[in-house]
Write a protein that binds this ligand. Sequence first.
Ligand SMILES: Nc1ncnc2c1ncn2[C@@H]1O[C@H](COP(=O)(O)OP(=O)(O)OP(=O)(O)O)[C@@H](O)[C@H]1O
Ligand SMILES: [Mg+2]
Length: 297
Amino acid sequence: MAVVISMINLKGGVGKTTCAVNLAATLSRLQQRVLLLDVDAQASASGLLLTDDTYRNLRKAGRTLPFVLRDFWESKDYAPSSAVFQKDFVKNPKTGVPLLPALQLIAGDSRMRKLDEPISKRRLTLPRLMNRIGNGFDYVICDLPPALGPVSLAFLLASNYYLVPVIPDKLSVMGLTDLVPSIHKYVIQHDSVEVYPQLLGVFMNRVASGNKTADQPLYMEEVKRIFSSGQFTKYGIPPEEGARIPLREMISDTVDIPYSASDRLPVCVRSDNNSKIADDFELLAKSVLDRILEKSQ
Ligand SMILES: Nc1ncnc2c1ncn2[C@@H]1O[C@H](COP(=O)(O)OP(=O)(O)OP(=O)(O)O)[C@@H](O)[C@H]1O
Ligand SMILES: [Mg+2]
């Protein structure tokens, strides 16, 4: 069964989508079969990967996530249509040769916004949907919107793990104290499911190099302090577990990210020679794989 990981932070613009797309792409380069689910109504992950024409056609044809949900709720023996799984959309720009055969995507859609009510009523069905669409994949990576609305709650409930990017910024780090209790209150205490999402790790995105770095180690120290303080013990993260939550692996702040967005190429395939940012995502992906292996033993 696929391992489901949701990329979440209640703050906007910290790099959830950038990291979900690049983590998914990098995992697929590491021989994992990966499905990226674009859960956010902003459909940013789809915009980073698909051409405007492709996306417009998918949307028009109803081959996006809100339609997958509707079909699932309407059919007793739901089996996802192969038409909703986008394949081979990452191509060599010169030759057109597909570069990431192990990566697939279910595209997002602004019409997810209309699903708040039906999804709140049916959130306990999401683990079953995830089983159906995740069949044949090793990992499902969900890019969630920047809020704990009904859609995020439902997808968290269907996740094995959640992964949290933060940026070196006071408010971003302060927001962490709120995230774990909120997820616990709304997802874990609220509903009864077989598996509850566990916090897999918190990692720093947009880490600058050069002379802008002076205060950055302080933010990581603060993240470590927050998780080791014992304040999350009642949410199932005692200090000894909390000490392992901040990941050592960090993602650089670099123009390669907006360039890779313009090229619609994840960083792991954009440059022929290994780039620093591709290495950052490879280390993050390997750390994620190691942690999951450890937790499953
Ligand atoms: N490591 C990075 N280096 C440079 N720019 C970055 C990096 N990570 C993210 N960005 C830029 O920051 C902006 C926000 O990133 P992104 O859309 O991934 O954040 P988000 O958390 O998904 O936002 P939202 O909350 O709206 O969903 C984008 O313009 C993106 O290109
Ligand atoms: Mg996003």
